[in-house]
Write a protein that binds this ligand. Structure first.
Ligand code: NAD
Ligand code: TDX
Length: 334
């Protein structure tokens, strides 16, 4: 099977490529990636002889049509993915997440290629801390940020291309991922690499916001489960019952790195900051039989810390620039 993976040099896409190569000998992989600031081609360097990495834009129709016509399956990870960046400048989010997805959909429609669309639980907006509800496939879309609204729009394009044009697509909306190769602008790797660099972790607002954490390998196993067994046109929510508030995450990182658990700063809150995400993944579990393998968040976090400690060459070159960007707007509040 010839698989075209968009965004395969980013965090989740690269983990998908590495895991697929390790577990599926029948699959050949091509990666289409623009190699933006978020990509790290080093991640794929060890498998360079087994993966063709094509540098290009998913909104480049001619390139996309050629690559899609030569594939049996497209798995679409490429996106502008960071909420904070989308608040500073939404333009790349509209281009990549909306125009890029549209371009891919037109190509899979023309060449009748199976398509799996990677999306996020953020399309559903947020929940109150004390709300017993969790997101399901039936929750109404209510995105908050330029990032999540462009992801919501991309999901709706997929649904329309399924219904109007008969495109053979599935969609998955996953909760917050953690694990190796995640860009250090994101919450968990930012705090781990802060502590490893002698800096204090930075908590937005009151630190009580809740995210529903899942290990990236569990996410990618679920993606293959949906590709193999999912019903065309359906949406599946992916989550591992991993709700934790941000302060607890930071305290656990500090404890695992032998630091005092109060050695962090509260900083300026993110505008429009979603309070809580929570996924009900019953459909995926009961209809398709998927289950997460990482059920102990603390153990998964410890393994992730070990990975960043053992792979300083992978992240250190980007650290100063990332922190300078945050410092331009972030103020310590407590
Ligand atoms: P990432 O930012 O680490 O990687 C994105 C990749 O896409 C990068 O390699 C980048 O170079 C590439 N890219 C960006 N614009 C492109 C373009 N125009 N053409 C081609 N390539 C382009 O993101 P990630 O965290 O790995 O997220 C991957 C996907 O998973 C995204 O669709 C995201 O919305 C979704 N998702 C992420 C999470 C999470 O917790 N990180 C959770 C749920 C869903
Ligand atoms: O320094 C920080 N301090 C902090 O308190 C950063 C970078 C974040 N935070 C908070 C904001 C969120 O409540 O931590 C939480 C997680 O933040 P991010 O890592 O930026 O993730 P989030 O905004 O939840 O979005 C992520 O999950 C859903 C991904 O970036 C998205 O691509 C995905 O769709």
């Amino acid at each position: 099977m010839r698989v075209l993976v968009t965004g395969g040099a980013g965090f989740i896409g690269a983990n998908f490529v590495l895991r697929t190569l390790a577990t599926r000998p029948d699959v050949s992989i091509r990666v289409l990636d623009k190699l933006t600031y978020a990509a790290n081609p080093e991640t794929l360097a060890p498998v360079a002889d087994r993966v063709e990495l094509i540098e290009g834009d998913i909104a480049d129709a001619a390139l996309v049509h050629r690559l899609v016509s030569e594939a049996d399956l497209v798995v679409h990870f490429a996106a502008e993915s960071h909420n904070d960046n989308s608040l500073a400048d939404p333009s790349a989010f509209v281009h990549t997440n909306l125009v890029g997805t549209y371009t891919l959909l037109e190509a899979v429609r023309a060449h009748q290629v199976r398509y799996h669309h990677i999306s996020t639980d953020e399309v559903y907006g947020d929940l109150d801390l004390d709300d017993p509800a969790r997101f399901t496939e039936h929750t109404a879309y209510n995105p908050s940020s330029p990032y999540s609204s462009t992801k919501a729009g991309s999901d709706l394009l997929v649904r329309a291309w399924v219904r109007s044009f008969g495109v053979a697509a599935t969609i998955s909306n996953c909760s917050n991922n953690y694990g190796p190769y995640q860009h250090i602008e994101k919450f968990i790797p930012r705090q781990i690499t802060n502590v490893l660099s002698g800096e204090r972790p930075k908590l937005y607002g009151d630190g009580r916001n809740v995210r529903d954490w899942i290990h990236v390998d569990d996410h990618n196993d679920a993606v293959w489960t949906i590709i193999d067994q999912g019903r065309i046109g359906e949406t599946y929510l992916i989550g591992a019952d991993g709700e934790v508030d941000n302060r607890t995450v930071v305290e656990t990182i500090l404890e695992l790195l032998d630091q005092p658990t109060d050695a962090f700063d509260f900083v300026t809150d993110r505008p429009g900051h979603d309070r809580r995400y929570a996924i009900d993944s019953t459909r995926l579990r009961t209809e398709l039989g998927w289950q997460p393998n990482y059920n102990d968040f603390r153990a998964g976090l410890a393994a992730t810390i070990d990975w960043y400690r053992d792979n300083t060459d992978w992240w250190q070159p980007a650290k100063d620039a990332v922190e300078q960007k945050y410092a331009a707007t972030e103020r310590v509040t407590g």
